[in-house]
Design a protein around this ligand. Structure first.
Ligand SMILES: NC(=O)c1ccc[n+]([C@@H]2O[C@H](COP(=O)([O-])OP(=O)(O)OC[C@H]3O[C@@H](n4cnc5c(N)ncnc54)[C@H](OP(=O)(O)O)[C@@H]3O)[C@@H](O)[C@H]2O)c1
Length: 334
């Protein structure tokens, strides 16, 4: 990726065309002076200025690790609905990005079972439309996807080329999205990730930290195994693969495997050590049948990351190391 290119992550921030005074009146601030300097136009600077306030989760990490020579323009659901083709066209016209990162997602795995059309509109149709517009405009694209494209029947890590077989509507729509993107834009970069968490937004780690303060004990599923991923790991990987103009499917997660139960126990241990929690509560392992959900989930969704690690020239951190860093960030020590 040449220096100075513009990158637009959907999901995550702001494309609204406002002038500087209006933004300042609304209380927005420029959060990262260095990144502002690389932006070429005031509009881009203003959009990027929104980032720190509007973005959560992956979007936040993409902003935080954005290389200094890249001007990042970000959007969120309120400012750019990716199912609105006209809004997308207008955004491309306004910002003329060189790259697009699509991290927008219908994330409600269980609700998707009763809202398949809505899930498909966002995860599949809109992703395909974005890819088509990227092709028309010679824009490179990153599509963020999921371990839920696999059924978990394997007992060894899934390779990028392994057969997919989603168990539920969510995974099926994400797989449809991958296919739509690749069909419209064969050179697209698709990054599958798993068990994503960060200090921002809602996710398993944040939920556990809240529940561990309010409950006297917790029961957590111990027979679903995967690899937790700090959003910072994913964001860094995305930037580095983009820099290499990587194409095709790559897997990205932190290293090591855990059940949700293992993960919860580790969250409590790390949070106690960091002073985020004052007391330990019992965490009990349960079977999936004891925690019924609308959507079936893969019992094993560990992904093989050797091709990604080879491209990056280094191995991913162990999930426990990343968890410690995230907990330190929440505790204000990072
Ligand atoms: N979370 C995980 O454990 C996990 C696991 C594997 C893969 N991933 C992948 O990681 C990526 C990010 O997921 P995440 O968990 O970070 O999700 P997230 O924080 O909930 O982000 C998804 C965002 O997409 C937005 N969105 C939904 N519909 C939209 C639309 N029509 N137009 C524009 N924006 C829309 C949502 O906005 P609203 O909330 O306002 O609707 C939300 O801000 C996704 O591609 C997902 O498949 C996540």
């Amino acid at each position: 990726m040449p220096d100075g290119r513009q990158v637009t992550p959907t999901r995550s921030a702001y494309l609204e065309l406002k002038d500087e005074r209006q933004l300042i009146q609304e209380g927005y601030e420029f959060l990262d002076e260095k990144r502002m300097i690389v932006a070429q136009e005031m509009l881009r600077q203003l959009a990027a200025a929104h980032l720190g306030q509007a973005v959560e989760h992956l979007g936040h990490e993409l902003a935080r690790s954005c290389p200094e020579d890249i001007a990042l323009v970000a959007t969120d659901h309120d400012t750019l609905d990716i199912t609105d083709i006209h809004a997308i066209q207008a955004a491309f016209e306004a910002h003329r990005p060189d790259w697009l990162i699509n991290a927008a997602d219908y994330t409600a795995v269980d609700k998707a079972e009763s809202e398949p059309e809505k899930a498909a509109a966002i995860n599949a149709t809109a992703a395909g439309n974005l890819a088509r517009i990227c092709r028309e405009r010679n824009v490179s694209m990153v599509q963020i996807s999921t371990d839920f494209v696999f059924d978990g029947a394997q007992s060894t890590p899934y390779l990028p080329g392994d057969e997919t077989h989603p168990l539920g509507v969510y995974g099926a729509t994400k797989l449809e999205g991958e296919r739509a993107v690749r069909s419209a834009l064969p050179g697209a970069l698709i990054i599958r990730t798993s068990w994503l968490y960060s200090a921002h937004g809602n996710n398993f780690v944040k939920s556990m930290l809240t529940l561990m303060q309010s409950r006297d004990e917790l029961s957590i599923v111990a027979d679903q195994v995967g690899s937790p991923t700090w959003a910072a790991t994913l964001a860094n990987t995305a930037w580095r693969l983009m820099r290499q103009d990587a194409q095709g499917i790559y897997h990205c997660s932190d290293n090591g495997v855990a059940s949700w139960y293992d993960f919860a126990v580790a969250i409590q241990e790390e949070a106690l050590a960091a002073g985020l929690l004052q007391r330990a509560i019992p965490v009990r392992p349960i079977r999936t049948e004891q925690y019924p959900t609308a959507a079936k989930r893969p019992s094993y969704s560990v992904m093989d990351k050797q091709s990604t690690e080879a491209a990056l020239g280094e191995t991913f951190p162990h999930w426990r190391v990343s968890l410690r860093r995230m907990i330190a960030e929440v505790a204000g020590a990072d």
